[in-house]
Ligand binder design. Structure first.
Ligand SMILES: *[C@@H]1O[C@H](CO)[C@@H](O)[C@H](O)[C@H]1NC(C)=O
Ligand SMILES: *[C@@H]1O[C@H](CO)[C@@H](O)[C@H](O)[C@H]1NC(C)=O
Ligand SMILES: *[C@@H]1O[C@H](CO)[C@@H](O)[C@H](O)[C@H]1NC(C)=O
Ligand SMILES: *[C@@H]1O[C@H](CO)[C@@H](O)[C@H](O)[C@H]1NC(C)=O
Ligand SMILES: *[C@@H]1O[C@H](CO)[C@@H](O)[C@H](O)[C@H]1NC(C)=O
Ligand SMILES: *[C@@H]1O[C@H](CO)[C@@H](O)[C@H](O)[C@H]1NC(C)=O
Length: 426
């Protein structure tokens, strides 16, 4: 096809001498012309071929360059995601690049650790995933313990007689109970209509090798894991059952599993001295003696109730007295250990509101990091517990409520708050 135009050109050249010399040229001179034309043709042909070869070479070179450019600049594989609970290393997705995969602690990689972006812009291998390591796969619980797989750990539920994290330790109470007749019983057996003997154990007992019914240690079985525990405090195994026990200062509640605070103050089981006030706390009591500040800078207070002091009228000239708090009140808050937050502990407002605004602030105390003050409406401020506090602990915080009218202080009320945090979460 490429030779088409060349032929046409050669033919028209050939026609010129023929058309011009009609009958005038001899046969010989025509032959000579033809030979010359043939020579010309073949030299032209060779030159053309050389030119074509050069052209082809250049084209190939150009093509190669284009291909290279594409491979480095543009040709990429589709983006790869990191497996959940794992990571992907290698951000580049160009041809020839690799991506590597890793799993978080407690997980293992299933599938290709490395994937390569191939020439055809697809990733080699399959997308891997991270599988939680089954902590129970090694059968870590000895002596017939049941393994419960949790994230990055396991828990063994031990059968009666065994204790320890892997059920490897004989439980002293169990062997005591084995030697105590009341923890094992004869099964109840009966013959059915076909004459077969069927035996069963009382509730709270299970059949053991040897055909004896042995007590199920509910405390061992359920007290280990925090979610399933049967007693909020401690558990005592009994033949066929169990009993929950509460720490001193608590009574077992009617549900038999939780502990209720005993009110030592109401039951007169405190040893607070005369002049002290008894404050019931979770699991105990505290003796307190709220006292008004001593007279100072012409300012004095009088006790108006067990938990409140009011300022005496100020001398006409005393600026210091008029700046001092009009009232000081004392508040005692019993709290269980490690309460969830945020939690409103205390609200303050005034019934005799004369000004146009109220301002609330924390002005002192200990353990202040655990508290914040906020406004719940125009007339009410709230003390909020902002971080869980483990007990036992006593925290104090002083709050101030200022009443203003056109930014002039009308009056100030101080609240002294003491939180008694018990050692237990109940
Ligand atoms: C990448 O190459 C394709 C053709 O293969 C083209 O359509 C596209 O515009 C290029 N993208 C960039 C960013 O160069
Ligand atoms: C891409 O190339 C690889 C090897 O070069 C091949 O195994 C795979 O099947 C190809 N993928 C596609 C979609 O053509
Ligand atoms: C056997 O267990 C029961 C129930 O706990 C207990 O009252 C009794 O004192 C124990 N007897 C012996 C000999 O330990
Ligand atoms: C009061 O009783 C508590 C125990 O409940 C004891 O720690 C404290 O010393 C007693 N105080 C007095 C004054 O007896
Ligand atoms: C106390 O009051 C008297 C007048 O009654 C006054 O002169 C004095 O400056 C006041 N002291 C203070 C500390 O305000
Ligand atoms: C406090 O409570 C949180 C959640 O309720 C719990 O995870 C944490 O272990 C508790 N801390 C203590 C010291 O009891």
């Amino acid at each position: 096809m490429m030779f088409g135009p060349l032929f046409l050109m050669a033919l028209s050249l050939l026609q010129v001498p023929l058309g011009d010399g009609q009958g005038c040229l001899s046969k010989r001179s025509v032959l000579t012309t033809l030979r010359q034309m043939q020579k010309l043709l073949s030299s032209q042909e060779a030159a053309q071929l050389r030119g074509l070869r050069g052209l082809r070479k250049q084209l190939t070179l150009l093509q190669g360059n284009l291909h290279k450019q594409a491979a480095w600049g543009n040709e990429t594989c589709p983006p790869l995601a990191a497996p959940s609970h794992g990571r992907k290393l290698g951000k580049k997705a160009g041809v020839g690049h690799e991506a590597h995969f890793l799993c978080d602690a407690g997980f293992q990689l299933v599938g290709a650790e490395t994937r390569l972006c191939q020439e055809n812009r697809t990733w080699s291998g399959q997308q891997p995933f991270c599988k939680g390591i089954d902590d129970c796969s090694g059968q870590p619980c000895a002596n017939g313990g049941t393994c419960v797989d949790e994230v990055q750990r396991y828990v063994c539920l031990c059968p009666g007689g065994w204790t320890g994290s892997n059920c490897q330790t004989p439980a002293a109470s169990y062997w005591v109970s084995l030697s105590n007749n009341s923890f094992s019983r004869q099964p109840r057996c009966a013959e059915n209509a076909q004459g077969a003997r069927q035996c069963s154990c009382d509730a709270g007992f299970q059949m053991r090798a040897g055909g004896l019914c042995q007590d199920v240690d509910e405390c061992q079985l359920f007290q280990l894991s925090h979610q399933n525990r049967i007693c909020v405090h401690s558990c005592v195994n009994l033949p066929g059952s169990y009993r929950c026990v509460c720490p001193p200062g608590y009574l077992l509640s009617p549900d038999q599993n939780t502990c209720e605070d005993a009110d030592e103050c109401a039951e007169q089981r405190h040893n607070c001295s005369r002049g002290e006030l008894c404050i019931n706390t979770f699991g105990g009591f505290q003796c307190v003696r709220p006292e008004c500040p001593r007279p100072r800078h012409n300012t004095s207070y009088v006790k108006t109730s067990a938990f409140q002091c009011e300022r005496n009228p100020c001398p006409v000239e005393s600026q210091a007295c008029r700046q001092a708090a009009n009232s000081i009140s004392f508040h005692y808050l019993p709290l269980p250990s490690n309460r969830t937050v945020p939690r409103v502990l205390f609200r303050m407002s005034t019934t005799r509101f004369l000004g146009d605004s109220l301002r609330f602030a924390i002005t002192g105390g200990q353990g202040l990091g655990a508290f914040a003050v906020q406004r719940s409406d125009r007339h009410t401020g709230e003390l909020v517990l902002t971080s869980p506090v483990p007990g036992p602990a006593t925290l104090e915080v002083q709050l101030e409520m200022s009443e203003l009218s056109k930014k002039v202080l009308l009056g100030k009320h101080v609240f002294r708050i003491t939180a008694f945090i018990s050692p237990y979460e109940f």
